[in-house]
Design a protein around this ligand. Structure first.
Ligand SMILES: [Zn+2]
Length: 216
């Protein structure tokens, strides 16, 4: 099964992708993580990407497409994937069509107020990057990481005004891409309407729909 997962920042798509990975035995290709690694490397590609980031520009489609191609080569035969953070443009979507068949789109619909609630109560360990939430996933000791004892902090862009802006950017970027796929790829839409919905509930729903499509 080859899937693409879409969802606003704070929609939980990263969590869902990794849970589906263990349920289905597919690879998760998270483009954000791949680019964070590339940025750390002192390679021609790393320097090129840094050039874009430092100027505040989006990395060019050609670079993103090549990085994806390289990553797809590493997937063992017959093993599917869940793509997260790609495509961001129609050009990227079309390039993907030439290298892989997409069986399903997993779309996470989460109301803005839930995203704002979740992200503004998020805390991150400065030392190991572990993610907590002061409402739903509290550390054992306030402000201290359970895993490594490091201090927890709030990202400066996890405040309601910036979060609203990030949701808007996501929607503007994604809606033409979703329109593009609606023509010929089935969608599984997960809608969350309250804060208490557990990830397992969402995963069970997605699994049920995947079975209907004979993809699980
Ligand atoms: Zn930590």
């Amino acid at each position: 099964m080859n899937a693409i997962i879409f969802g606003a920042p704070g929609s939980g798509k990263g969590t869902y992708a990794s849970r589906l990975q263990s349920r289905l035995g597919v690879d998760v290709i998270a483009m954000g993580d791949i680019f964070r690694e590339i940025l750390k490397e002192d390679t021609p590609l790393g320097r090129k990407v840094k050039g874009y980031v430092e100027k505040g520009l989006l990395v060019s489609d050609d670079i993103v497409i090549n990085v994806l191609k390289e990553r797809l080569k590493k997937i063992s035969n017959g093993k599917g994937f869940i793509l997260d953070g790609y495509p961001r443009t129609i050009k990227q979507a079309k390039a993907l069509e030439e290298i892989a068949k997409i069986d399903v789109i997993l779309l996470q619909m989460v109301p803005d107020w839930i995203i704002i609630e979740r992200l503004s109560s998020r805390r991150i360990c400065r030392n190991c990057g572990a993610v907590y939430n002061i409402r739903y996933l509290k550390p054992k000791v306030d402000g201290v990481c359970d895993k490594c004892g490091g201090p927890l902090y709030q990202r400066s862009d996890d405040n309601p005004e910036v979060i609203k802006k990030r949701i808007q950017v996501y929607q503007e970027q994604t809606s033409p891409i979703l329109q593009h796929y609606k023509k010929n790829v089935p969608f599984i839409v997960s809608s969350i309407t309250d804060l208490e919905t557990k990830p397992e509930t969402v995963i069970e729903e997605i699994m049920k729909e995947l079975k209907k499509l004979k993809l699980a």
